[in-house]
Design a binder for this molecule. Sequence first.
Ligand code: C5P
Length: 213
Amino acid sequence: MNPICAALDLPDPVSAAQLASRLAGHVGLFKIGLELFVAHGRAAVEPIRKFGLPIFLDLKLHDIPATVEGAARGVAQLGVQYVTVHASGGTEMIRAAKRALPGVNVLAVTVLTSLEPADGEVLRLARLSIDAGADGVVCAPGDVAPLRKELGPKPLVVVPGIRPAGSAAGDQRRTGTPREAIRAGASLLVVGRPLRDAPDPAAAADAIAREIS
Ligand code: C5P
């Protein structure tokens, strides 16, 4: 499977579907983020479904367990395959999300790639998340190797902050190249602006696919 997950970070469902149609056949998954989902809800998800690729809903849920469980029941109605929660919400919150989403991959965000974690924080949060039933974790490129070692081969390790050589970091602090992340054991690469802002997004995705093959 193509491990490139294209972040459709655009303000409206029409532009998101346009980017998706340019990338279909060149990436393996589509990610719908907070901006699009808060503004458009289900209407942001429906037009992306027709491309037939798995959908990753990046809501980064973080609240008391009962509230997250309720929100997760709503996610279960959307027919997506991946959803994110914040690992710092704790064991009970992650268990609650998984209870409501038995057939969906629940990914726990360790520490945002825009932040600098304290020593040991990423490993601790990842361990807690997997022990609580999460299917995988989201971490920065530099965290992949130690996390893969800590968690073993099974959990998904999903990596944003991906920057092919020569592309701008933007607000990301902890970035890495596609090849480094895959070599270190990443399962999926989340790529946003390097595809969205490329003159030819499909060609940019193909270049990443070549780099990691
Ligand atoms: O444009 P860029 O490639 O930086 O986009 C990365 C995407 O991954 C964005 O949609 C962002 O919300 C998401 N993300 C992240 N860091 C995390 C989790 C998700 O950058 N820890």
